[in-house]
Design a protein around this ligand. Sequence first.
Ligand code: FPP
Length: 228
Amino acid sequence: MDCPAPLSHIAFIMDGNGRWAQKRGLPREHGHKAGAETFRRIVNYCGDIGIKYVTVYAFSTENWKRPKREVDAIFDLLCRYIDNYLPELVMRGVSVKFIGERSGISKDVIKKIDLLEEKTDGLDKKLFIALNYGGRAEICGAVNRLIAEGKTKINEDDISSCIYTYPAPDPDLIVRTGGEYRISNFMLWQAAYSELYITDTLWPDMTPSDVDLALEEFKRRNRRYGGV
Ligand code: FPP
């Protein structure tokens, strides 16, 4: 299907990797591995149907609480993903930007993410990967930057211009897989008027047809932005 006209930015909370693995009697890391493949398939599909901005929630500031083995596996997958996928992203015209805090992430991983950002800089489509990301921390960071610049009164446009995704438009649609009805500290500022779509499908099982279902539902929504 083609991207519905009013949608330019879709975001995904990629939940359910652990349950996908557990259902198969496998360690949780296997779910993340399958999830990384799904991530690639879904990002490519969104690009193919003309969606300009895609954001994925890969690792939250709270995810450090997970066992070290699982955390290491996620960062390992990310590094392998960068190695394998970089030429394809360039070929597809996708510019990648990591959003979140760099502090706490190992030097080797930072080197890789810097390289991916540098090699894809300026390309037409945008992929934001939220890594060591927290929505509240993002807003605090924006406010602190404005204070450091000497601002004494802050308005919404000021904050919008200091968040990680600036100048991209806010997500029109946020899709959460895995069936939980919460936002989990994701894009708190940007999500003010986003439509939410929650599916029980676990992230590794997510297919382009499931994206189509979310887009069909989005087309039926009546976005009023507080109006009537
Ligand atoms: C949430 O599922 C998923 C994560 C915390 C990690 C997401 C990581 C990937 C999709 C793979 C690596 C990413 C990239 C960008 C290559 P969960 O583990 O909370 O699932 P559960 O709710 O079933 O336990």
